[in-house]
Design a protein around this ligand. Sequence first.
Ligand code: KG4
Ligand code: ZN
Length: 330
Amino acid sequence: MIILGIESSCDETGMALYDSDVGLLGHVLSSQTKIHNKYGGVVPELASRDHVKKLVPLLDSLLVEQKLSLDEISLIAFTNGPGLLGPLLTGAAFAKTLAWVNNIRSIEIDHLEAHIFSAMISEKNLQPPFISLLVSGGHTLVSKIDQHNSYEIIGKSLDDSAGEVFDKVARKMGLKYPGGPEISMAAEKTKNSRYKFPRPMLNSNDLNFSFSGLKTHVVREIERIKLDDKLISEISYDFQEAIIDILIHKSITAAKMFDVPRIAVSGGVSANTRLRERFKNESPGIDVFFPSLEFSTDNGAMIAYLGYLKSNETTINNLKIQPSPTSSVF
Ligand code: KG4
Ligand code: ZN
């Protein structure tokens, strides 16, 4: 069975083909970062317009590359939320029309769930149960995953997500959008820092997070000083270490608390080199899995893959999208 996955929840148009016997066949991605860069964040209307432009050519190129035709596809999986309303609508309308005209079944996919299982695309040793740490631009969630359709959220950010504070602090320092990779690059230029920022809720007796106080603290410091490249590197260094300290500590606590010695880290922030390196070194006795780098940030492969995992579930034939997190799950 071949599944087509379509992602359009924010500023990436992604498409992929997954074969239930062979695995991932291929994927294509069009990123809009150049469009949104000068605004310091995603402009929803510009994002929708670009999705409209890219959906058809991306599908054509993917089918040509894989030497496949639409009649060989048995299921179309598309993101129905959470995300930006306009971008979600363009992808949903495209996916539903394609499915209807070609008499193909379609399935709605929750973007967060897709991130959670993204490491399983390449990591064949990763199977539930596992602890999931999802760190994206919109969410920071710790969940206990028992099966692909059975979860329990055991921790979340009470305010900003980790990705969001990376983006906001980067913007304050005049770095480009998205801020995560920019801060990571700036941090790599130094081995230490004169700063020691707070690690909010590091020792709270729960698995929740709070990043907005850290963001405000760093922003106030930036406003107080005259920034130069050295200071940008040193601020980036300890700011990144602070976030990583908290993410690692909470995930390991969750793994121990539930006696599940496997952690899967996913979402855009999981692309962070230092986070990957430190997680592996600081979690003896626990297997830590990450998606391939290209599937950390938004992509069509994770949508096609979750479509495959859910391929036996009943299809819902409407054009419903869920800009806010799907209530039944998160
Ligand atoms: O998962 P994602 O692509 O989109 C959402 O679903 O939100 O995550 C985007 C977020 C942005 O906040 C971006 O700054 C962050 O992931 N990000 C990173 C890195 N690459 C992307 N954060 C830290 N280090 C990175 N290398
Ligand atoms: Zn995402």
